[in-house]
Design a protein around this ligand. Structure first.
Ligand code: PEP
Ligand code: MG
Length: 487
C-alpha cells in the first residue's frame, strides 16, 4: 500500500513499516517481548540488503549466537540446513517434511540430530526451553528431568564408544563370509565432507551431490570455480574415485533466484524442471559444470552421473554435449580423460523399466531409491502427510530394483545404489540377496553397513531372498527379512 498509494520506493516503504512495527514492540511492558524487535530488524535488514542488491553480510554466515541451540521450525529448506554448521546449531526439528527430504539427508551428512514431521511441536515448546532431540527414535523431550538427562548422556557416551569400536574396521575390506567382494562407497553433499569419507575409509565417493554448490549465494558458480572445487577434491582424495553427479536443482532443492533467474514457482516442483531437465533447458547453468568436470578428469579418477533421467534421449543429448566439449578441448590442447565413465541415476520408474537400454549404452547405473520410491508410489518425498506410503519394501519398488540389477548383470554394467535405502541397516542383507554389490551410503552409516556385509553369507541369503520376492503378504516379506538378519 505504501508503494502503490503513497508512492514510496520499496526500501523506504520497508523502513516506514519497520518503524511502525518496532514502535509497537517498544511499547510492550514485558522486557523479553520488547527485545523481540531485534527479530523484526534482523528480517528487515536482510530484505533491505536484498532490495539494494548488497552482498550478504559476514555475520549472516558464521554466527555464534545460535551456538549450542536446537532449532524448531515449520520447515527448513536444504539451503537453510547447510547453514546450520556455521551457526553451531546442534539439532533441529520441523513440523513438516519427510525423512528422505534433502534437508534430512543433509542433517545426517552434517551429523546434526533431527526429527521431521513433528506436527504441532511448536504448540508445546517455547523459546529457551531445554530439550532433548532423540533423532534415532524420533522423540523430543521438553524440560527433561534429571533422570532423562542422565539417561541420554549415557546414550551419547555409549554411541561414542560404539563408533570408536567400529572405526577400527575402517581399513578392512568389505567382503562377505563366502568371499564375495562388495564395493562400499560414500555419499557427500559438500567438499568438506571428504574428511568424514576418509575417517571411515570409504574406497570411493559414489555420489557427490553438486547442487549444493549453487545454494546460499548470489551468482552461479562459473567453470573455474567448478574446476577448482573438483581438482581440490581429487587432490585431497589421493586416487579415491569420485562420482560427480551433475546438478540436480529443482524439486525441493532450490537455489536463490539470482543463481537461476528463470526460476519460477511450479505447481508441482517434484514433477517439474528438475535435474537433467533443467540442465538441458538452461545450458548456461549446465555447460560450465560439464566443461569443468571434463577438464578435472585429467587430474584423477572421475565418473560423471546424470540425475532425474526419464528417457535415454536425455543421455544422448548429454553425450553430444560431452563430445563437443572434448572436441573443443582437443583443438585447444586442453587435457582430459577421454574414457571418463558416464552413467545415469535410475530414479524415475520409466528409466528402471528400460534399465536394459541404459545398461547397454552407458558405463554404469546407480539406483536413486529416494526418488525411485517417490515416483513409483506417486508421493512427494517431502510431504509428511503421505509419508506412510514411502515404502522401500513395496513390491513395485522392489521389482524395479531387481529389474535394474538384472539389466546391469546381463550387460556387464555395474549397478550401484546410492539412495538412503542402501544405508538402511535392516535391508543390507536383503539387497545383497537381490544382487546388489555396490553400495554408496552416508559416511555416518558406512562402517555399520560394512559390519553387516562382513558377517553375511550371500549363498544363504539368496535362497531366502527368492522366497521373499514371491511371498504374497507384506508381513511374510518382513518375516523373511528378519530371518535373514538373524542368521
Ligand atoms: C535418490 O534419489 O535416491 C538420490 C540419491 O538422489 P537425491 O536424494 O539427491 O534426489
Ligand atoms: Mg534423486
Amino acid at each position: 500500500r505504501l508503494i502503490r498509494e503513497m508512492k514510496r520506493n520499496a526500501e523506504w516503504a520497508l523502513k516506514l513499516q519497520r518503524d511502525a512495527l518496532v514502535a509497537v514492540f517498544e511499547e510492550m511492558e514485558d522486557p523479553y517481548l520488547r527485545t523481540r524487535k531485534d527479530d523484526v530488524d534482523h528480517v528487515v535488514n536482510r530484505i533491505q540488503r536484498n532490495l539494494m542488491n548488497q552482498e550478504q553480510l559476514k555475520h549472516e554466515v558464521p554466527d555464534s549466537h545460535l551456538n549450542g541451540y536446537i532449532v524448531l521450525a515449520d520447515n527448513l529448506s536444504p539451503a537453510d540446513t547447510v547453514m546450520m554448521q556455521h551457526h553451531g546449531i546442534v539439532a533441529f526439528a520441523t513440523e513438516y517434511g519427510g525423512p528422505t527430504s534433502h534437508s534430512a539427508i543433509l542433517a545426517r551428512s552434517l551429523g546434526i540430530p533431527s526429527i521431521v514431521g513433528l506436527h504441532r511441536a511448536r504448540r508445546y515448546i517455547r523459546d529457551e526451553d531445554l530439550i532433548i532431540v532423540d533423532g534415532n527414535s524420533g522423540v523430543i523431550i521438553v524440560e527433561p528431568d534429571e533422570t532423562s538427562l542422565a539417561h541420554y548422556r549415557g546414550v551419547q557416551k555409549e554411541e561414542k564408544r560404539f563408533l570408536a569400536r567400529l572405526s577400527k574396521t575402517k581399513d578392512d575390506q568389505a567382503i562377505t563370509q563366502d568371499g564375495i567382494e562388495v564395493e562400499l562407497h560414500a555419499n557427500i553433499e559438500l567438499p568438506t565432507d571428504i574428511a568424514a569419507v576418509k575417517k571411515v575409509g570409504a574406497t570411493g565417493i559414489g555420489l557427490y551431490r553438486t547442487e549444493f554448490l549453487y545454494m546460499n549465494r548470489d551468482t552461479s558458480p562459473d567453470e573455474e570455480e567448478h574446476y577448482e572445487t573438483y581438482t581440490a577434491m581429487l587432490k585431497s582424495l589421493r586416487g579415491i574415485p569420485v562420482t560427480i553427479r551433475t546438478l540436480d536443482l529443482g524439486g525441493d532443492k532450490q537455489s536463490d533466484e539470482a543463481v537461476h533467474p528463470q526460476n519460477h514457482e511450479e505447481t508441482n516442483p517434484a514433477l517439474g524442471l528438475r535435474g537433467i531437465r533443467l540442465c538441458l533447458k538452461e545450458t548456461s547453468l549446465f555447460l560450465p559444470q560439464l566443461r569443468a568436470i571434463i577438464r578435472a578428469s585429467a587430474h584423477g579418477p572421475i565418473k560423471t552421473m546424470v540425475p532425474m533421467v526419464a528417457s535415454y534421449n536425455e543421455m544422448q543429448q548429454v553425450k553430444v554435449m560431452i563430445r563437443r566439449i572434448q572436441e573443443d578441448f582437443t583443438r585447444q590442447g586442453i587435457k582430459f580423460d577421454p574414457d571418463m565413465p558416464l552413467g545415469t541415476m535410475i530414479e524415475v520408474p520409466a528409466a528402471a523399466l528400460c534399465a536394459d537400454i541404459f545398461a547397454q549404452r552407458l558405463d554404469f547405473l546407480s539406483i536413486g531409491t529416494n526418488d525411485l520410491i517417490q515416483y513409483t508410489m506417486a508421493i512427494d518425498r517431502i510431504n509428511d502427510e503421505v509419508n506412510y506410503l514411502y515404502d522401500p519394501l513395496n513390491r513395485g519398488v522392489l521389482r524395479l530394483i531387481r529389474m535394474t540389477l538384472e539389466a546391469g548383470a546381463a550387460n556387464d554394467t555395474p549397478v550401484s545404489m546410492c539412495g538412503e535405502m542402501a544405508g538402511d541397516l535392516y535391508l543390507v542383507r536383503f539387497l545383497l540377496g537381490l544382487g546388489l554389490r555396490r553400495f554408496s551410503v552416508h559416511p555416518a552409516s558406512l562402517l555399520e553397513v560394512k559390519d553387516i556385509i562382513n558377517r553375511s553369507h550371500i549363498g544363504k541369503i539368496k535362497r531366502l531372498t527368492n522366497k521373499a520376492m514371491k511371498v504374497p503378504t507384506r508381513a511374510g516379506l518382513e518375516d523373511i527379512i528378519s530371518q535373514m538378519n538373524a542368521m
